[in-house]
Ligand binder design. Structure first.
Ligand SMILES: Nc1nc2c(c(=O)[nH]1)N[C@@H](CN(C=O)c1ccc(C(=O)N[C@@H](CCC(=O)O)C(=O)O)cc1)CN2
Ligand SMILES: NCC(=O)N[C@@H]1O[C@H](COP(=O)([O-])[O-])[C@@H](O)[C@H]1O
Length: 203
């Protein structure tokens, strides 16, 4: 069976992307990264893709006359790579209705907190400020809300007394990478179904 085609969208360092690229070197993983897109230039995530020989593209909101036009263009650009799954891996833009309609049920996002707690762009900082003793990462099927989609997988890490945002996010990212690679591989090999809010592996 052909490997599932992954398009990965990034905005930053791309360590999660790198984990997916590394995993897909094994044919048994069942998925390969066919393109990497970003909402900004000059990021390490794009450089990682280029070093791996993976096609890249950048679509910056500021270059478009409206957010909807950006969303439509992003949708068309991703669609041209015929993805089986779109992975938002540190992608710091909300995707809109055209994108979600085109790739219905085929877009997942990894978030550095235990959803439904601490949605948005500052999950580790918000968890630290709240004083929780455990936090983690969540992989979910993206919907129209912000970090509200049906949950595929979660991983838990402790919060240490001497943590700052960076040390906590670093610990989350280690666990997050493992969760992401395992879960994306399973989605590629087994598929997923969403029943009400519950995500079940298998077609
Ligand atoms: N429709 C959805 N799109 C995305 C989701 C989602 O749940 N539904 N998850 C995000 C990732 N995310 C955090 O998990 C997130 C990213 C960005 C924003 C946001 O408000 N972004 C601003 C711009 C901020 C910037 O450019 O730095 C924006 O989109 O205008 C909130 C949450 C991936 N997309
Ligand atoms: N709201 C989205 C968000 O906070 N995403 C987070 O950004 C980091 C990206 O790291 P990476 O670029 O090294 O993969 C990851 O921890 C991801 O969960």
């Amino acid at each position: 069976m052909n490997p599932a085609r992954l398009v990965v969208l990034v905005s930053g360092a791309g360590t999660n992307l790198q984990a997916l690229i590394d995993a897909s070197a094994e044919a048994s993983y069942g998925a390969k990264v066919v393109a990497v897109g970003a909402d900004r230039d000059g990021i390490e995530g794009l450089a990682r893709a280029e070093r791996a020989g993976i096609p890249t593209f950048v679509r910056r909101v500021g270059d478009f006359t409206s957010r909807e036009h950006w969303d439509l263009t992003l949708t068309d650009t991703v669609a041209a790579f015929e993805p089986d799954l779109v992975v938002l891996a540190g992608f710091m833009k909300l995707v809109g209705s055209p994108f979600l309609e085109k790739f219905a049920g085929k877009v997942v996002n990894t978030h550095p907190a235990l959803c439904p707690s601490f949605p948005g762009t500052t999950g580790p900082a918000d968890a630290l400020a709240y004083g929780v003793k455990v936090t983690g990462a969540t992989l979910f099927v993206v919907d129209e809300g912000v970090d509200t989609g049906p949950i595929v997988a979660q991983t838990v890490v402790p919060v240490h007394d001497d943590d700052d945002v960076e040390s906590l996010h670093d610990r989350i990212k280690l666990a997050e990478r493992t969760m992401l690679v395992e879960s994306v591989g399973r989605i590629a090999r087994e598929g997923i179904a969403v029943k009400e809010r519950r995500v079940i592996f298998g077609r």
